[in-house]
Write a protein that binds this ligand. Structure first.
Ligand code: NCD
Length: 311
């Protein structure tokens, strides 16, 4: 199993399936037992230099369910980086205080750099517009649970595929499986970056880029929606140009989608996914958020190699 989790491509398909089996097991045990304290005495440091709700809370809860202590730093202003401390010094300090480092950072590559400095395992909880591998594990698990597999499905990914790191990780993750077809749907300005388009081609993913959801909606088994990543726009006036350029509503889903379509979203949602979908059978994004806790418990368990202690 992996040690550092920087990219979804740090995993093989088999390792992902092993993680899913353990996640299933944990989902069965936890409601009854409340805690599985197989890592008590260990400490996790959560270093979140960018806003986060679900990722931080679910990782913190996952650590606590395993019996770990947690240390948290939030925002650059809360720590000495504001005083000019080097990032590498901050990581060295966290490394000496903890056994696991969970890091979210606005710069692409920050987690890889942290992993090079730290001896403890490092989990990338989102680095700039690069990757968010644990979100992709959750996304893949959700698809697997609701559809029974990941292969042979037609999957649409809609939104800001240019800046959304969850999309990069999910697309890379899908290359480890054999989906029937992946449609990458975005307004022109928010197209996939060339480097990822080339990589996906090389890795043999069967994908096509589209600019209209309606063209492909009737074919989809899964629709994954992401918000426009406003904070990543180099020029705020560009954001104004694309703001509100796509929105999924219950009306279009009812009219065009397959009856058993499932809709996923890593959240937070802004205006790309109408609230009237929430209480329909299509909406799986709240289940997806909940699965996050279990997937993260399973991941930490496997990193520490203590899966045999779960019974
Ligand atoms: C995502 C992120 O931070 O990249 N959120 C999350 O972790 N669930 C998605 C987003 O911010 O749009």
């Amino acid at each position: 199993m992996v040690y550092d989790v920087i990219s979804i491509l740090d995993f093989s398909r088999n390792e992902i399936m092993q993680l899913f089996d353990l996640t299933d097991k944990i989902r069965q045990i936890l409601p009854k037992r409340r805690k599985i304290p197989i890592l008590s005495g260990y400490t996790a440091a959560l270093a979140f230099f960018e806003p986060s709700t679900r990722t931080r809370l679910s990782f913190e809860l996952a650590c606590k369910k395993l019996g770990m202590d947690t240390l948290t730093i939030i925002g650059e202003s809360a720590i000495s980086l504001m005083k000019g401390e080097r990032f590498s010094d901050t990581i060295r300090m966290l490394d000496s205080y903890s056994d696991l480092i969970l890091i979210r950072h606005p710069a692409d590559g920050a987690s890889r750099f942290a992993a090079e400095v730290a001896e403890s395992p490092v989990i990338n909880c989102g680095d700039g517009a690069h990757e968010h591998p644990t979100q992709a594990l959750i996304d893949l698990y959700t698809i697997h649970k609701f559809k029974g597999n990941i292969n042979n499905l037609t999957i649409g990914i809609l939104g800001d595929v240019r800046f959304a790191r969850t999309v990069v990780s999910l697309l890379r993750g899908l290359t480890l499986f054999d989906p029937k077809k992946v449609y990458i749907i975005s307004p022109p300005f928010l197209h996939l970056r060339d480097v990822y388009r080339d990589e996906l081609k090389k890795r043999g993913l069967n994908f096509e880029e589209k600019d209209s959801l309606l063209d492909v909606l009737p074919e989809l088994d899964v629709l994954y929606v992401v918000r426009i990543q406003k904070e990543r726009f180099p020029d705020p006036s560009d954001y104004e140009k694309v703001k509100g350029s796509y929105m999924v509503t219950h009306k279009i889903i009812k009219e065009y989608a397959k009856d058993d379509l499932i809709i996923l979203h890593p959240l937070p949602r802004v205006e790309e996914l109408a609230l009237d979908i929430d209480n329909t059978k299509y909406a799986k994004y709240f289940d997806q958020a909940k699965f996050g806790i279990y997937v993260r418990i399973a991941l930490i368990t496997l990193i520490f190699g203590v899966q045999d202690k779960i019974s």
